[in-house]
Design a protein around this ligand. Structure first.
Ligand code: GLP
Length: 249
């Protein structure tokens, strides 16, 4: 696990986008797993700029997203699909048929989970998996639990996760209570995992991921077993970890 410290999210975004574009140029039909949230926003903005300047084409890329709120249609401004359309998909030449996403309005969740698992199984390799990390150490919507989830699942969002995501909604009541998420086993399959973690609030989760036990109580800790993983942190998080734990990254 390699840790890179950058001054801020914007510079992390530029660095991660540059590496992602280089991968795509090397492998135009790359399979890339994508997260949502504030952490990847600068990366997506930088990827759009690289596309606009002709540095990269997504024409043959295939993407899948990690998760989606249960009960929000793709047209809902707070759905993860809407987020991805707004921040990336509408601005690049990624064919819609190459986008894989949970259907947040699925009537039959079991069938929807099986559908996603089947699609993931068709990818012989996952070339790159971008991830964020929740304040409680969740990845995608794999919340702290007693066991790791190997494949996709319906998850009940913890109150801390709902509170952390409440900033995108008018009130806490509007934040969904459940979500569809890929499992840690599927996330760890990727040839390369790149985590973006910014802000002092992530200190406990990132420190636990890097130095604590591998435990489903902190789902991100399982990523330590990934074959190749880079963690990008900003200076605010780096100094918080130094102050709070006396650890140098
Ligand atoms: C949500 C998403 C995760 C994301 C996390 C952190 O729970 N399901 O994929 O990593 O929030 O979000 P942020 O990057 O906004 O801190």
């Amino acid at each position: 696990m390699n840790v890179f410290v950058y001054p801020n999210s914007r510079e992390i975004g530029a660095a991660v986008a540059k590496k992602t574009a280089a991968l795509i140029r090397e492998k135009p039909d790359a399979v890339i797993g994508l997260p949502t949230g504030s952490s990847p926003m600068d990366t997506y903005a930088a990827l759009v700029e690289l596309y606009r300047t002709g540095s990269v084409s997504f024409r043959r890329v295939r993407t899948f997203n990690l998760d989606e709120y249960l009960g929000l249609p793709a047209s809902h401004p707070q759905s993860f699909r809407y987020f991805m359309d707004e921040h990336l998909f509408r601005h690049i030449d990624l064919p819609p048929e190459n986008i894989t996403f949970f259907n947040g309005m699925a009537e039959d969740c079991t069938a929807e989970l099986a559908r996603m698992d089947r699609i993931l199984d068709t990818f012989t390799t996952i070339d790159l998996q971008l991830v964020g990390i929740g304040q409680n150490g969740h990845v995608a919507f794999n919340e702290p639990a007693d066991v790791f989830s190997g494949t996709s699942a319906v998850t009940v969002l913890s109150e801390s996760t709902r509170a952390a995501n409440r900033r995108f909604f008018r009130s806490l009541d509007e934040v969904p209570t459940r979500a569809l998420t890929l499992g840690m086993g599927q996330i760890c399959r990727a040839n390369k995992i790149v985590m973006i973690a910014c802000g002092a609030k992530k200190a406990e989760a990132v420190h636990g991921m890097l130095f604590g036990p591998v435990t489903p109580a902190l789902p991100a800790s399982l990523l330590r077993q990934a074959r190749d993983m880079d963690v990008y942190v900003d200076e605010a998080l780096h100094s918080q970890i130094r102050e709070q734990f006396g650890t140098e990254l």
